[in-house]
Design a protein around this ligand. Sequence first.
Ligand code: PMP
Ligand code: GLN
Length: 392
Amino acid sequence: RLNRLAEFGTTIFAEMSALAARTGAINLGQGFPDTDGPEEVREAAVRALRDGRGNQYPPGPGVPELRTAIADHQRARYGLEYDPDTEVLVTAGATEAIAAALLALVEPGDEVIALEPYYDSYAACVAMAGGTRVPVTLRPHEGPRGGAADRRYVLDLDELRAAVSPRTRLILLNTPHNPTGTVLTPAELTAVAELAVERDLLVVTDEVYEHLVFDGAEHLPIATLPGMRDRTVTIGSAGKTYSFTGWKVGWTTASPELTATVRSAKQFLTYVSSGPFQYAVAEALRLPAAYYDGLRADLQAKRDLLSDGLAEAGFEVYRPQGTYFVTTDIRPLGEGDGFAFCRSLPERAGVVAIPNAVFYDHREAGAPFVRFAFCKRTDVLQEAVDRLKRLA
Ligand code: PMP
Ligand code: GLN
């Protein structure tokens, strides 16, 4: 008999990173930086290890220093007040936060609305919870000015409204959005919030790319909107913001009731994790504004290098407003199947990318789209672009 995860196979990130290792191709597939985060944060981790902080099981909800730093971050950036003792939960990366939130909040038969294309763990976690996923497809949209800068994926609010049923338990949001790079607008978020209030739904919002927004755009947490604070579980992660994806330190902020419920699942998944790294991330959260400005400026330049290069190589480019991914349409290259394209790309061009179709239930809607990561050194991106230009 098939188990409920059989349909998910091996995650595309493992498959594509293995392909990169096997072929020696440049890996613009799995999203991880090729340069580690700040030296002083690494030093903080070493100090914690050496001083014996966190080498034994930390407290279940996370070490108080980190919970306080997370609460301070939400207040300083967004004006959101959370009690570090009852409303903040530290998790093993955002991945565990997603799993714990869905396992805790979704009962068998409940429906979960997710924006498609969606990060691959969402579907697997909804399945593990016994829920049913209901995808609402973000649609590629050509802006009035045309061209890469104006092209984005948009949320069709009528489709979202039509997806809600009496069985809907929650809406799973992700902004800035992986893989499309879309940052949901205040109008889109307000519409989601109004719907959640009207239909009494919970919102779980994955905001791991909150600091990676470009062209002066602002990330707006849906928890700040009227009626949302106490029906929203907000998820963050140190992996993206501080370039330490291997540390696996994430968190949730939510009302005491929701936090206690998510914690009830988390305690049986990992109980706790990452002792010394929790202390280091508490220090990272106190980095000055200049750190975030530097991170954004660096990534924005890399976004432009890769987006312009891909456009010159013949791809139709969705220049992202956030995240470190560029989605492209491969049809101008005479291609239509992103899977086949990505499987042959190492041999044809020495580059690895991710087929967006894996992020869709409606695979045909994602078929001609391919995602490239730009959290890599400039010389690596330049070499990848040079190789891709020889494709045509
Ligand atoms: N959510 C999204 C949208 C992601 O892209 C990722 C990782 N790349 C995660 C969650 C997982 O984050 P973490 O590494 O903190 O588990
Ligand atoms: N989130 C990263 C991405 O989208 C990879 C995460 C993973 O390997 N599971 O590429």
